[in-house]
Structures are given as structure tokens and as C-alpha cells.
Ligand binder design. Sequence first.
Ligand SMILES: [Zn+2]
Length: 493
Amino acid sequence: MRDHFEVRDHDAAGRIGRLEVPRADLTVETPALLPVVNPNVLTIEPERLRTVFGAEMLITNSYIIRSTDRIRDRVLAEGLHEFLGFDGAIMTDSGSFQLAEYGDIDVTTAEILEFQRRIGSDIATPVDVPTPPDADRDRVERELATTERALADAAAAATGEMLLNAPIQGSTHTDVREAAGRHAAGTELDVFPIGAMVPLLNAYRYADVVEAVAAAKRGLDPDCPVHLFGAGHPMMFALAVALGCDLFDSAAYALMARDGRYLTVSGTEHLSELSWFPCSCPVCVDHTPAGLREGDADEAERLLAEHNLHVTFEEIRRIKAAIRSGTLLELVDRRARGHPAMLDGYRALLDHADQLAATDPVSKDAFFYTSHESARRPEVGRHHDRITRLEPPSTLLLTESKTPSSHDYDAVWRVKPPFGPFPRALSETYPLTAETPERTDAAAQAAAADGVRRLADANPETAITLGHDGWDSAALAAVPDRVETEDLRTLGR
Ligand SMILES: [Zn+2]
């Protein structure tokens, strides 16, 4: 049992939690965004990250500090919090990223953890091996064995109150990711970064990100705080949170600003191509794109970085509100429209609807059917499971609207796409209170037809008639032959 992480609210597999960071004497609310601070280049002063943007935690790289003569002794003498001027929690990375980039680093897990302890890190990282996507299986397993030895070295180190990261690797082999998650959860370590995601994120391979995270989550325990390492674009936070990620880090806000790139929740714009700022943050209210282009370049970079952080933190707050109100999947649906690759990610998420259903609340305020993807949400599958436990009478009419021509039934139940049939007594319960469009679509009809099939299969003795409002032929083909169907639109003509 991990007593430093407590989950307060759920929506899908997303959660609002509280991560206790004892060395910082602080409890961080999750989902949380950790701005990445380069100890050599402070684009935005860390103190401003806390006071202006509300960052409770940041992340910096202990390997860079250790390798930079100019700052190492000062950080050792003053401590990391004093050096950066930040009184929140500080997570430190170990040099694994440099290992992935350059193939070799000159430090062991024991040495870098001791260095992180001495500079006052609150959450430290061992030297894991970030295996890139699409690596062959031999390499993935060999490198994972090295990572698992690093986790064992970390668990054995004398680290006091400092929390420890247990990175999860496995490349794009989902069974290896799952096993790595299970191994990490079995250690005494505290926080669980899912690693080597940057190449997938940079290539917009969001469906592969979803598969890797879903696999790691299957191996982890529900009380494991999960960090999607290297994910800093606000466009994909809602998707990642819905899968059960709790921590994000953003280097993107500064790196993209350096290239003149302007983040939004639906993608990335370029300052050179903007005529107006579609945002009301303090930067965008006080400046114009033309003004930034014509002014001092360093100042423009700093202002772009500030805008990028504003939208990033705003999205985190919006996600927390969505979890609290049970509308996280509606938010994911909206974000999925920003880019076709995001839609792939959302569709991959819905492939794991059963996994999301485990923590999805049985009751929420509202279900809005906003796209044909909504037909695959966990609430629909859960209703279909419930259908098999219902007890229908001998003769049953299911109707989407009017009563069909014959009236001789023991009971009349409603059928509502995408859920399917239910007795009227359930009509005021979630999710059957859903707001659905009057112009229903083939996906909703097909899901409802599947519900009819489940009811018919579970009750072979019941004679069932289905009255529908002109369902698509593919949906009707999924209804068992023994169910009589009638198109209600042909009535009363
Ligand atoms: Zn702005």
C-alpha cells in the first residue's frame, strides 16, 4: 500500500489525487504539470512559475548540474531550492535522457541518487534505459533488465525522505510494458514515470502512446502515481489523464517559444503566421502578434513561453474541473478534433473502454453524445452488461419512440441509441438520462442493436419485438433473426 498518494475523484481512469512529498513538506494536487527548468537557462524565473502560474512542483536535471563545473559546487553548497529560488517540490532527472541521446553517461544509479540527495531533490530518478519505439524484442528485454537492476539499486539506496521514481520502459511492446509496470509496482519505489514517450509524441503517434500507457497501467496498482514523462503539449493532457496519468512535465513551453511556436489546446501555431492571438491570457491581452514579431527577440521568446505556460496550466485546471463534474470524456472528445492523430489516440483509448470502466463512476450528472465515438464509451458497455441481468417478461416490446401496430405485449421497454433496451423504471438513472441528438447515427444504432442482441441472447424464452426509427441496415443485421423488427416511421402514414 502506497500511503503517499491518495485518489479523491475519478472519471474514466482519470483521477484527482494528492501526492505527499515529505522532503518538500508539501502535498501536490494531481493532475499536475511540472515545468522543466534548465539549470543553465532560466527562460522564466522559477519563483514566477510558482507565484504567477501556480506550479507546485518543477523538474530539473541533476545530471546536467553534476556535469557543469560552473554551477555544481554552488548547487551543492546552497541546495537546489535556494539555487533555483523555488520553494515548491523539485523532481530531478538522472541523465537517462542523455544516455538515450548520446549512448553513454559516466554515472551509476547509486552515484546519481546520492548526488540528488545531497543537492536536496524531493523526488529522484535512477539511471534507467529509455528504449526507443519499435526496438526489437531482444533489445527491449535486455535493456529492461538493466532498468530493473537500476530500480533494485534505487530501492537499496539510503535516500531518507526523498521519494524515488521507478521508470517503466518496454518500447512499443505492450506485453513488456505491462510486465515492467507490474515489476515496478512490486518495488518499494514511489512514483512511476512511463518513459521513452518523447519519440512517439514528437511523431504524433498518439495511438501508440495510448497503447503503451494502457499496458503500463494494467501492470501498475491503482494507488501508483503515474507520470507521462516528456509529455508537455496541452492538446493531449485530457487524453492522457483519461488513461490514468497524474503528472506531466513541460519543456515544450520553452523549447517551442524558442522556435516562435504558440501552443493552443488544439495544436501549435507559429507566431509568423498569426494575425490575432486567440487567447485571453495576460500576454495575449497586452500584445499583438505583429508587436511580438517586431520587438526584441528575447522578450518575444519570454512572452511566448509565458503564453505557452498559461494555456498549459489552464488546461490542467479545466481537466480537474471535468473530472469533478464527470465530463472528462466529453473534453477528450473535443480535444480529439484538433488533429487526426489525436482522433486515433481517442479511438485507441476507447479500445480500452473495459479498462476505463473499472474506475468510471456509475453515476454522473450528464452523458452528452457528441460524436459517433461516444457509442464506445465505458458507460455503454456497462449498460450492456446490465442488460443481461434484467428480467424481461414472456413477450416484450422495445420501442425507440411510438408503439408499433400490435399492442399485445406483457411489457413495453424503451430502446435508446447507443445504450439499447431498458425498462422504464431505469429511465431516470445514469447513463440513460443521456442527451443524444435527434438525428442519431449508425454507430449509436449499432451499439443499441448490440444491446438488443445481449438481451435476446440472455433471455431465449422471451418473444421480443423491436420498433425502431429507421435504423441503418448494418444495425438491423446485428439484431438476432428471432427478434421481430418494425420501422416506426412507416406507421400512421
Ligand atoms: Zn495567451
